[in-house]
Design a protein around this ligand. Structure first.
Ligand SMILES: O=C(O)CCC(=O)C(=O)O
Length: 200
């Protein structure tokens, strides 16, 4: 029995495939990343959660887990609108995203497992990573299968199909991640999540 366990531990179990997940490393270059971080840091942060956030286009009500008409802020600022337009032109979205949430994660901060609000947002969620690498964990809400994906800075993650509607995603609240057996300490990470609000 021990022998069997030892032998099996030599093999890595391949993670289940998350259908509908597209991961694009180096989606933006380092200069663009740096400019984006400076632009983001020049804007006011909302501090009512454990992590700091910024909302554009529409505010999201974390308590009610919803978006209502009174939460409309206005058009995306130009520096976000350009990315929203490119995401639509690239075919990831059928309509241009009109809502962006920016999340800041200091080491030890994360986001609990969730599926993005189904009545609020359309069928694609796109997420750009800046700063620290981190691991995103996925759990299949039907089968409880698990999978993890290291998110590199400057990458783009697009969730559609099962990745959008069946798999929960989360970032564990910890100060380091393991990648290929190596401990990777986290530093400050910022993510930009692009969504399209569902029409009433
Ligand atoms: O920070 C991330 O990469 C994920 C953000 C997210 O899941 C969310 O804002 O709902």
């Amino acid at each position: 029995m021990t022998q069997l366990l030892l032998q099996s531990s030599l093999f890595e179990i391949p993670p289940p495939t998350v259908a509908g997940l597209t991961y694009i490393p180096d989606y933006i270059d380092a200069a663009t990343e740096s400019t984006l971080i400076d632009t983001i840091d020049a804007q006011p942060w909302i501090t009512e959660l454990k992590r700091r956030v910024q909302h554009y286009g529409w505010r999201y009500d974390y308590k009610a887990r919803s978006i209502t008409n009174d939460l409309r802020i206005g058009s995306l600022p130009d520096w976000l609108q350009n990315y929203a337009a490119v995401l639509q032109q690239a075919g990831y979205f059928s309509e241009t995203p009109d809502q962006v949430i920016i999340n800041e994660y200091q080491p030890g901060q994360g986001i609990s497992a969730h599926i993005d609000c189904v009545p609020c947002f359309t069928d694609t969620i796109a997420n750009m990573s800046l700063g620290s690498p981190c691991v995103m964990d996925f759990t299949n809400s039907k089968t409880c299968e698990k999978s993890s994906l290291p998110l590199e800075p400057r990458s783009l993650l697009v969730l559609s199909g099962d990745a959008r509607y069946v798999w929960q995603h989360a970032i564990a609240q910890r100060k380091a991640d393991k990648k290929n057996g190596q401990i990777m300490p986290r530093t400050r990470r910022i993510s930009l999540t692009f969504r399209k609000i569902k029409a009433e």
